[in-house]
Design a protein around this ligand. Structure first.
Ligand code: CUA
Length: 411
């Protein structure tokens, strides 16, 4: 932008504003829509593939149309009155309306009709959007924590124990109501994935059920919508909506899933041991203390579920994505994962994960000193994480269109 301010005549300054304003708005929109990382998806409350959004849209159309009619009516009455009854010094005092019963009744009845009409519309929409849980409803428990999400499926018992749970990526069927029971493990968060409808607070010790839906398969962006701490903006998630067959395939495979056992002596096997036990000599804490991996002894609940980490394509609660054809095998994705394990509080402010390079980090205001893993050991842990994959047919990303992304799909 031109910063040459002196000797600028007024009208040319105005012209520059006119030139710069659209650019600034475009830039703002791009920032709002894409975030600053590789994330490039739009959030749209105007996504009409969701019945929730359609209901809100038509409710708004009624309310706005009615407001416009009222505005025009009141403006007309005002100008008419001002014009007709303006002061005329030669005339008698203006007529008085006190005691005009007909006028007073009209002035009471008309607003009452308008308010009742809007109330009926609002209550009707509220009733329609209220969770209506029946045998066909898919239930998902949503847990928000600083700064990540867990999505678990209470009706999908895992053969290995517990229920199917996924961190930071929620999978839902299309053309079916999905009831989310939302809560928080610490402060208030906001569940907000506008393409599938609305926004709800995630509050500690309170469970709120609420219903979302979409007619269109695809991956949508979700964000935390309640300021909740240093990484509020890094508390994202993906909503992956699958058509019924694919959704059932996912649930069946995820229920039967047991994390693959690494071949003895492999890098993955070394990573598995570090993941489960940490490294006592250097104070490196075990990942398993905070993370669950279905079908292994790892059952921690303080961090996101990692059972399907290798199938997931987001890292750090949506801070980074691995959407290229190589996914986690891509050089930059590998580098991100390495950095993440090494010192996540450094790359994500407020992350409660320990460091593994000996640096200090904070938990509940207390300074802690991280343990140490060598770069090779960190790569072993990463190699183990990459093996945590659902069977090919249950890979919910495969072929799923990413809504709003420039490439329009995934591989
Ligand atoms: Cu959680 Cu903002």
């Amino acid at each position: 932008m031109n910063t040459n301010h002196h000797q600028t005549p007024g009208h040319s300054r105005f012209r520059r504003v006119r030139r710069v304003l659209p650019l600034a708005l475009t830039g703002l929109a791009a920032t709002l829509l894409t975030g600053c990382q590789q994330v490039s998806q739009s959030l749209s409350i105007g996504d009409m593939s969701s019945g929730y959004n359609r209901e809100i849209f038509w409710m708004s159309v009624w309310a706005i149309a009615l407001s416009i009619i009222i505005f025009i009516g009141v403006s007309y009455a005002l100008f008419y009155t001002v014009n007709k009854f303006r002061e005329d010094k030669h005339d008698a005092p203006p007529a008085q309306f006190h005691g005009n019963n007909r006028l007073e009744v009209i002035l009471v009845v008309v607003p009452v009709i308008i308010v009742v009409f809007l109330s009926v519309l609002t209550v009707r929409s509220m009733a329609r959007l209220n969770p209506n849980i029946n045998a066909d409803t898919v239930n998902v428990d949503v847990l928000g924590r600083q700064f990540w999400w867990n999505f678990s499926y209470p009706e999908a018992a895992a053969a290995a124990g517990g229920v199917v749970t996924n961190g930071n990526e929620i999978i839902m069927p299309t053309r079916q109501k999905v009831a989310l029971t939302i809560t928080s493990g610490d402060v208030i968060h906001g569940f907000w994935a506008p393409n599938i409808g609305g926004q709800r607070a995630a509050m500690p010790a309170v469970k709120k059920t609420w219903q979302v839906d979409t007619d269109r398969a695809g991956a949508y962006q979700g964000n935390c919508s309640q300021l909740c701490g240093a990484s509020h903006a890094n508390m994202r998630y993906k909503v992956v909506a699958l058509d019924q067959d694919r959704y059932n395939t996912f649930i069946t495979a995820a229920s039967a899933y047991r994390a693959p056992e690494p071949a003895p002596g492999s890098a993955e096997a070394r990573g598995y041991t570090l993941f489960m036990q940490g490294k006592t000599e250097t104070g490196a804490l075990a990942c398993a203390a905070c993370h669950r991996v279905q079908g292994t002894p790892a059952a921690g609940a303080a961090g996101p579920d990692l059972s399907f980490f290798g199938t997931r394509r987001t890292l750090g609660a949506g801070m980074w994505e691995a959407m290229t054809a190589e996914h986690w095998e891509a050089a930059d994705a590998k580098a991100r994962l390495h950095e993440w394990i090494k010192h996540s509080p450094l790359v994500k402010p407020g992350s409660l994960m320990p460091t593994y390079d000996g640096s200090e980090y904070r938990v509940n205001g207390k300074v802690q000193k991280g343990g140490v893993l060598t770069d090779a050991e960190i790569d072993d842990v990463a190699a183990y994480l990459r093996t945590l994959q659902l069977p090919e047919e249950a890979d919910y990303w495969k072929g799923t269109p990413v809504q709003g992304a420039p490439q329009g799909g995934t591989q």
